[in-house]
Design a protein around this ligand. Structure first.
Ligand code: GLN
Length: 476
């Protein structure tokens, strides 16, 4: 069986009402066969086939199954966020994004593997073991939405939701040759998204192509009274944007993002994609985003600081893991948190606590907020002149398992291309742009706030032109 993308599946379901149920059944069977090697799912929804049958024909999704990152809550389905401390936690409610998918006739296929609490760039920081890359099982699929990307790439799901704080949708999309979008901050409700660094994160689609992402966005985007940071900006016609003519558009390449730090093969693919873009009649220039050299540091200071506060709620009393309550509360909490959190999570909680403490707050956290504002303003200025900005998505090819794990700084450096858009809160996508030694390479497309339609329009045209339609060696 070749698993279709979401759009194709939708068309199939239109003419055959039994199809969603059949597809869901087949996917669960294939999962049993190939997922032990990939480890892309943590939990499977045991009721998925039955739900696909019941929702068949309903809404645009007609009972089709979607994989959901395990940081996004699902009513009645275990949600661990890749952490031991949440093992066994079954939320009594759906996140708004999932609620909207279900209202549109979608079915939760299962919960996908991820770096613990979304902290990581490779997918290796999961309590449930690393996810592997379907393009090369010895390599990582990127993180933190590792399982969502690996599953879509391998054909274990027609589409998935991930979440992106500093690159967690874009990095795995890049490493698995799938399309991934981090929407504008506030575009998709974060209600039910387990917080890591809440001032930056957004739920976003990981799909086979641009059209599938536009389709999912048209379902999950929009204001939500349960998320005060969600935006009331009207939802544009994302699918209509796919047919917009991009001829005559002015787009720029960010100079600092194509410098010596990027792998040579990636740059070659990048420039080839740029050539294809200019053959679409697009006017392409070079430009510069100010203060980019400080973006990575600012991102990690803000992310760790927010994490230290957001993760204070995991004490073994309210959700998931529990323990024996002996001794005073300090001892109980220390034991639970000591055993429940993995190493990287503890490192970040400690760093964040330090950076928020009296005396260091001004020196680190406040300074990082200033950098963030400067980077954002630099982007806003550029979007007065350019429709979109381009860069490679990742500076390196997918590393081998274990290669980056022992060196946290090398792991953080992987995010150098993706964190600027996160700091600025602007939408940013990764589109498959080529291969080197059989490994995927991605092009990052950044847009102005609420510029998702422009991203879709450009991406759809370029995708057509590149004609890659990638399927990894281990796909079904
Ligand atoms: N790799 C980055 C981090 O660890 C981004 C992760 C994410 O977007 N959640 O913070």
């Amino acid at each position: 069986m070749v698993t279709p993308g979401l759009w194709e599946a939708m068309e199939e379901a239109e003419s055959d009402s039994g199809y969603p149920q059949e597809l869901t059944y087949e996917l669960l069977e294939s999962m049993r066969r190939i997922d032990p090697g990939l480890n892309s799912f943590i939990t499977v929804n045991g009721a998925a086939v039955e739900q696909a049958r019941r929702r068949s024909g309903k809404g645009p999704l007609r009972g089709l199954p979607i994989a959901i990152k395990d940081s996004i809550t699902t009513d009645g389905i275990e949600t661990t966020c890749g952490s031991r401390i949440l093992e066994g936690y079954v939320p009594p409610y759906n996140s708004t994004a999932v609620e909207r998918l279900i209202a549109a006739g979608g079915v939760v296929l299962g919960k996908t593997n991820m770096d613990e609490f979304s902290m990581g760039s490779t997918g290796e920081n999961s309590y449930f073991g690393p996810t592997r890359n379907p393009w090369d099982l010895e390599r990582v699929p990127g993180g933190s939405s590792s399982g969502s990307a690996a599953a879509v790439s391998a054909g274990l799901a027609p589409a998935a939701l991930g979440a992106d704080t500093g690159g967690s949708v874009r990095a795995p999309a890049c490493f698995t040759a799938t399309f991934g979008l981090k929407p504008t901050y506030g575009r998709v409700s974060r209600y039910g998204l387990i917080a890591y660094a809440n001032s930056m994160e957004q739920i976003g689609p990981i799909t086979r192509d641009t059209r599938d992402a536009a389709l999912l966005m048209s379902i999950i985007a929009g204001w939500d009274p349960k998320d005060p940071t969600s935006s009331k900006e009207p939802i544009p016609d994302y699918l209509g944007a796919l047919d917009v003519d991009v001829k005559g558009w002015k787009i720029a390449i960010v100079k600092e993002m194509v410098d010596g730090g990027v792998d040579g093969d990636i740059l070659r693919s990048f420039w080839r994609a740029v050539d294809e873009a200019s053959s679409l009649g697009i006017d392409i220039e070079m430009t510069s985003v100010k203060y980019l050299g400080h973006a990575l540091a600012a991102y990690y200071i803000i992310a760790c600081s927010e994490a230290s506060s957001n993760l204070a709620r995991y004490d073994g009393l309210r959700y998931g893991m529990t323990g024996e309550y002996v001794g005073n509360w300090r001892k109980v909490f220390a034991k639970i948190r000591g055993e429940g959190f993995g190493r990287e999570v503890k490192v970040r909680i400690m760093l964040g606590t330090y950076m928020l403490s009296a005396g260091y707050y001004e020196e680190f956290y406040l300074k990082a907020l200033k950098v963030r504002r400067l980077v954002a303003e630099s982007f806003y200025r550029l979007f007065k002149k350019y429709r979109l900005l381009l860069s490679p998505t990742m500076p390196i090819l997918p590393p081998r398992l274990g290669e980056k794990l022992m060196d946290p700084l090398a792991m953080y450096m992987m995010d150098v291309e993706t964190v600027p858009a996160s700091l600025a809160g602007i939408p940013s996508a990764s589109l498959p742009a080529g291969f080197s030694k059989g490994l995927p390479i991605g092009l990052q497309i950044m847009g102005p706030p609420f510029g998702e339609p422009e991203i879709f329009a450009f991406s759809a045209r370029l995708e057509e032109k590149l004609g890659l339609n990638p399927r990894p060696p281990i796909s079904l």
